[in-house]
Design a protein. Structure first.
Length: 134
């Protein structure tokens, strides 16, 4: 009998704790909605890619796609001034490029490490012929 009382007490305590958590989450969500409605937003940067190269050579005046993604991921400048520093929900602009970016292997992988939300703007979809590595 003592075992069932303990279980019932534990269940009630858990329910109270979960109820408090729900109330806090609702309050946080409501606060975020009010802040959004008031026009409060996180800063964001537009990072313009100006090179078809695929490298991360710092301070060479070339902002590559890989460098732009690194800055957006880190919300800072990781490129020695090649690209604008990332800040919040960034936009990476590829619209001024003409040609093909051929991805080079980094640590045996061709993948671009996108670790945060960002927007990629570029030429029309019809002009994107490959999204793969050679």
């Amino acid at each position: 009998m003592a075992s069932s009382r303990t279980t019932r007490r534990q269940r009630r305590a858990t329910e109270r704790t979960e109820g408090k958590r729900r109330k806090k989450l609702i309050a946080l969500a409501a606060g975020a909605a009010v802040a959004g409605a008031a026009g409060v937003s996180a800063n964001a940067a537009t990072i313009t890619v100006n090179s078809l190269a695929d490298n991360v050579t710092p301070a060479n005046a070339q902002c590559t796609l890989r460098e732009a993604i690194a800055n957006a991921n880190n919300d800072s400048d990781t490129t020695g001034g090649d690209c604008v520093a990332g800040s919040g929900l960034d936009t990476i602009d590829l619209s001024s490029l003409s040609g093909t970016i051929t991805l080079q292997p980094v640590s045996g992988y061709y993948a671009l490490a996108i670790g945060t939300s960002m927007t990629l703007n570029g030429p029309s979809f019809a002009s994107v012929t490959k999204l793969c590595a050679r």
